[in-house]
Design a protein. Structure first.
Length: 370
């Protein structure tokens, strides 16, 4: 058997190490060269686009834009989207319309539409995002198809783009897609619906009136139903107040109850006051908070005693909002804190909450009565 030669082994290891260092060095240099090339190509494209769009804005000359956009392909699509996204974010009115119309008439628009089904995830996301910015409903079929994409983020990007375009004819399909999502939060749903703008209120009310159908389910812990009601309240769409009041009296789902109370308070729908007041002693602290906020919106001084009681609630948010409501209704905290009726009662939580709110609300101007 051959004996182990340590010197040969060390030489072999060192040679191997040197080769690895050389390979790593070449990899870094190659990466740097490629990066510099991409940066240079990006900078060149940005310059060409800037030079082309300026005459379009200044003198409505579209020829330069069309020439540059004709050369947009898959390789520089991402750079184009980056440029146009920033550009559109800083331009409004007629200039905005001229730009999106120029893009729409160019071959780049078709590339954007086709890229919504690209095998590359980033390309799909960027293309869908850009189509939303362009606000051209002619691409709606591509976006509706993206609602069935296997990737959650692509589906949500498609919903957002449809909302940005304001395509209300696709609202049922959007809501149906959202109702099937398991990962989306209540906040994200509301944010998405908000993107449609105030014009969404009328179609949402029509959908709410046909509740318990395919989309709206007021007898289930349904995030979408709660978000629909919340958005109607956010925009203070008073035409929906009677329907939301009816839902409040019908549902037993705390999430939906909470948003009904929120919306009725925002609308200051006084006909619902008695039903809202019932939830000041709900077992769910979030419902109690919503009811307290609504009482403030209604300026219901009849419920001051209940609000005083809630100053000692077990939940901090309930105590805090009760204290804020009383403060906004000009309640005499000083007289209350030193009232003989509270002698011997455990009021430490209430006192701490009152002090917190008074400190938060204090300003030198208020102290001086200005």
């Amino acid at each position: 058997m051959d004996s182990f030669d340590l010197i040969i082994f060390l030489i072999t290891v060192n040679i191997g190490f040197i080769f690895l260092v050389i390979i790593l060095f070449c990899y870094i240099i190659t990466g740097k060269i490629i990066s510099n090339y991409r940066d240079a190509r990006k900078k060149k494209l940005f310059g060409e686009l800037e030079d082309a769009f300026l005459p379009l804005i200044v003198s409505n000359d579209e020829s330069g834009v069309q020439k540059v956009l004709a050369n947009i392909g898959q390789k520089n699509l991402e750079n184009f989207i980056e440029f146009i996204s920033v550009y559109l974010s800083n331009i409004k009115g007629d200039d905005f319309d001229r730009i999106i119309n120029a893009v729409y008439k160019s071959p780049a628009f078709k590339i954007l539409c086709d890229s919504t089904t690209s095998g590359d995830l980033d390309t799909r996301l960027y293309s869908i995002y850009c189509l939303g910015l362009l606000k051209k409903p002619v691409c709606i079929d591509n976006l509706l198809n993206a609602l069935s994409d296997a990737n959650f983020f692509v589906r949500m990007a498609a919903v957002k783009a449809i909302a940005e375009i304001g395509c209300f004819s696709a609202l049922d399909q959007v809501l149906d897609a959202l109702s099937r999502e398991k990962l989306v939060t209540s906040y994200k749903l509301s944010e998405t619906l908000w993107s449609f703008g105030e014009e969404i209120c009328e179609p949402l009310l029509k959908i709410l009136k046909t509740r318990d159908g395919r989309i709206i389910k007021i007898h289930e812990e349904d995030l979408l139903t709660a978000s629909v009601i919340e958005i109607l309240g956010y925009f203070k769409y008073f035409d929906a107040s009677e329907e939301i009041h009816a839902v409040l009296k019908e549902t037993k789902i705390n999430l939906i109850i909470k948003n009904c109370i929120y919306s009725l308070g925002k609308m200051v729908y006084t006909d619902s006051l008695r039903d809202v007041e019932k939830y000041l002693d709900s077992r769910d602290p979030e419902v109690r908070v919503s009811a307290v906020k609504a009482i403030l919106e209604f300026r219901s001084v009849e419920k001051i005693d209940t609000l005083k009681y809630l100053l000692n609630d077990s939940d901090w948010n309930v105590r805090y909002n009760a204290a804020v409501a009383l403060y906004e209704m000009s309640f005499d905290f000083q007289g209350y804190m030193f009232s003989p009726e509270l002698a011997g009662q455990e009021m430490s939580r209430a006192y701490r909450t009152i002090v917190h709110v008074l400190t938060e609300k204090y300003t030198p101007e208020a102290e001086a009565g200005i």
